[in-house]
Design a binder for this molecule. Structure first.
Ligand SMILES: Cc1cc2nc3c(=O)[nH]c(=O)nc-3n(C[C@H](O)[C@H](O)[C@H](O)COP(=O)(O)OP(=O)(O)OC[C@H]3O[C@@H](n4cnc5c(N)ncnc54)[C@H](O)[C@@H]3O)c2cc1C
Length: 221
């Protein structure tokens, strides 16, 4: 449990211009979006060109961590201490309006601004990498896995982004149509988007008849 959540101050960089009423800056809202997501997209400038990568992440208290092979181009660039913007989006619905113009989407999205720093301490790296596994599949790291080795730690770069400059934007509800358009007989409303995980499929190469544990059978994130 994190008792020391920072107060997020709105900055010039995190101020919304369009629909500012949809902006949210409290950590509880932002962290709940982060903790329900599986991937993020990180944008940065490399040799004067814009770049973006999708990647897994994990939040630990007031930091967001990404990891990757120490020889990956994007990881080397991000670990060199350059600024990045990180985007996380949960899509909740398609919003069908009475005019094409007013069609929209319901969503919860977060944008984080910050400069990454490489985690150098191996003990810290070890525990962060285990949290990574549990962010994706809660309970997995403690289920008799082969432990992360010294070599894994050497081969993997972990980058920390402090969560202190960020914004959430949330759209909910029905379309916002022009008054006169409500007279049109066309259907309007929301098609909800639900995330669903399928039945687990056992690896045919398993050499034991270990049944799928509850955290696998009941996986819903
Ligand atoms: C799934 C999805 C679909 C969208 N489709 C459209 C579309 O078709 N057309 C469109 O104009 N907009 C769309 N948006 C909204 C879009 O992300 C921007 O919010 C919008 O373009 C207005 O940006 P702005 O001028 O207010 O902010 P900008 O001036 O562009 O950004 C200023 C700061 O505001 C914050 N911010 C801006 N947008 C977001 C966000 N979405 N989440 C969290 N923080 C944010 C960031 O910190 C950013 O640095 C969509 C958003 C989502 C999540």
């Amino acid at each position: 449990m994190n008792k020391n959540k920072p107060q997020i101050k709105k900055t010039k960089r995190t101020t919304l211009n369009r629909f500012p009423n949809r902006g949210q800056y409290d950590t509880d809202t932002i962290y709940s979006i982060l903790d329900s997501a599986l991937i993020c997209h990180i944008a940065y400038v490399y040799k004067d060109e814009p770049r973006i990568i999708p990647t897994a992440f994990a939040r630990i208290e007031n930091d967001l961590f990404i990891h990757g092979s120490r020889v990956a181009g994007n990881i080397k660039a991000l670990a060199s201490g350059i600024m990045a913007s990180i985007s996380i989006t949960r899509l909740d619905g398609l919003v069908l309006a009475r005019s094409g113009f007013n069609h929209s989407m319901n969503y919860r999205s977060v944008i984080i601004h910050g400069t990454g720093t490489k985690v150098e301490n191996n003990e810290e790296k070890f525990s962060i990498l285990n949290v990574f596994i549990d962010h994706l599949i809660p309970g997995r790291s403690d289920d008799g896995l082969k432990p992360i080795s010294e070599q894994d730690l050497i081969d993997t770069t972990v980058i920390r982004y402090p969560l202190n400059e960020m914004s959430a934007k949330i759209r909910t509800g029905h379309p916002n149509d022009e008054d006169e358009d409500y007279n049109l007989p066309v259907w309007a409303g929301v098609i909800p988007i639900l995330r669903q995980f399928g039945e687990p499929i056992t690896d045919p190469k398993m050499r034991h008849s270990t049944p799928a544990p509850d955290y696998v059978k009941n996986y819903h994130k």
